[in-house]
Design a protein around this ligand. Structure first.
Ligand code: ATP
Ligand code: MG
Ligand code: FE
Length: 344
């Protein structure tokens, strides 16, 4: 079946077309430049940009894939979590399409879609598998029993998300928004052992209560203090070393806890998804350490890690092939949709 997926949870208007597990096209229009001068996504600006971009992006996707809207067999859309006004634009558009075409509608979870997208690149997900979901708003370890139905949280961040930490640290280093890709780039010229930044929730005491949880706000504060001390002393800030050492601290904790969880559960497949999964150091470190303990790692290519419509189409396609019940046409946009709710 040909599935059209719509994503508008944040600042990317994404429209993807997937046939079975084959990606036909992934069209994305981003309003990121409009937000950059504010140092973060402005919800009202994002909603308006989605409204303007939606129809042209759907048209572009169909044109590039060489399909007509009438060929679409099902419509999938991000129902949540995300910015309420932004989600509404996608949900309303998907309803209109599904109703107009007389095709089923699937309102899906954005976070599960970050996991499901890997099927487009690496084939069927081994289930159960462990998923490390690291993005701008979330950082969780999940046990995925069935990506269309059953996802169990093992742990999550107790404060900032990993992507949020990247963005905040980039800002204090004077790098543009969103900071993740800039830290990734600048860190290549730096020394990752130059500064020993804290690894949150890894002390023996913390592990008792928070074995699979994360904390990044202490790390962000430690970086801020370190930079301030340098500036007060009138010394230059070695931006590349700070970026590399910060990135090392984040990746170290993420990979360590993910592999610990995999081993505890006897799960041999670890999937990494979400925007931060595009990070080159995280990818390399996960590959290297997982190989040592006999865990296989799957990470979608960087362009499919950040928000896009293909991931929603991918999850929608699995919903169709597994015979899941489509959503009702009064499907809500749920800004705080829990990760355990995969389909609305
Ligand atoms: P969520 O998925 O939790 O709703 P989101 O959709 O806003 O959040 P994503 O698009 O999945 O977030 O990810 C965006 C985040 O990924 C940003 O914080 C960004 O800085 C980060 N990011 C993107 N590329 C990289 C990279 N190469 N290294 C580190 N972080 C990155
Ligand atoms: Mg974005
Ligand atoms: Fe996302």
């Amino acid at each position: 079946p040909l599935v059209l997926g719509i994503e508008t949870s944040c600042d990317e208007t994404g429209v993807g077309l997937v046939r079975g597990r084959t990606l036909l096209v992934d069209a994305v229009a981003s309003s990121v430049e409009e937000h950059a001068r504010f140092g973060g996504v402005v919800p009202e600006v994002a909603s308006r940009a989605h409204l303007e971009a939606m129809v042209p992006t759907i048209e572009r996707a169909c044109e590039q894939a060489g399909v007509r809207l009438h060929d679409v067999d099902a419509v999938a859309v991000t129902s949540g979590p995300g910015l309420a006004g932004a989600l509404l634009v996608g949900v309303a558009s998907a309803k209109a399409l599904a109703l107009g075409l007389g095709k089923p509608l699937y309102g899906v979870n954005h976070l599960a879609a970050h996991v499901a997208v890997d099927e487009l690149e690496h084939g069927p997900l081994p289930e159960p598998c462990l998923a490390l979901l690291v993005s701008g708003g979330h950082s969780s370890l999940l046990r995925v029993l069935d990506v269309t139905d059953t996802v169990e949280p093992l742990g999550a961040t107790i404060d900032d998300a990993a992507g949020e930490a990247f963005d905040k640290v980039a800002r204090l280093l004077g790098l543009p928004f969103p900071g993740g890709p800039h830290i990734d780039r600048v860190a290549r010229e730096g020394d990752q052992v130059a500064i020993d930044f804290p690894r949150g929730l890894t002390s023996r005491r913390d592990l008792e209560r928070h074995r699979f949880d994360f904390s990044f706000s202490g790390l962000k504060t430690a970086v801020a203090r370190w930079v301030e001390a340098r500036e007060c002393a009138g010394e230059p800030v070695p931006v590349a070393d700070v970026a590399a050492s910060f990135q090392e601290a984040v990746c170290d904790v993420l990979v360590r806890k993910a592999l610990d969880a995999a081993q505890q559960d006897g799960i041999e497949d670890l999937l990494i998804g979400g925007g931060v999964a595009a990070n080159s150091r995280l990818r390399a470190m996960a590959e290297e350490r997982a190989a040592r303990v006999g865990v296989r790692v799957r990470v979608p290519r960087p362009g499919l890690c950040t928000d896009n419509g293909a991931m929603v189409a991918a999850l929608g396609s699995s919903m169709v092939s597994r015979g899941r019940t489509p959503s009702a046409l009064d499907l809500p946009a749920d800004s705080s949709m829990p990760v355990t709710r995969v389909l609305v």
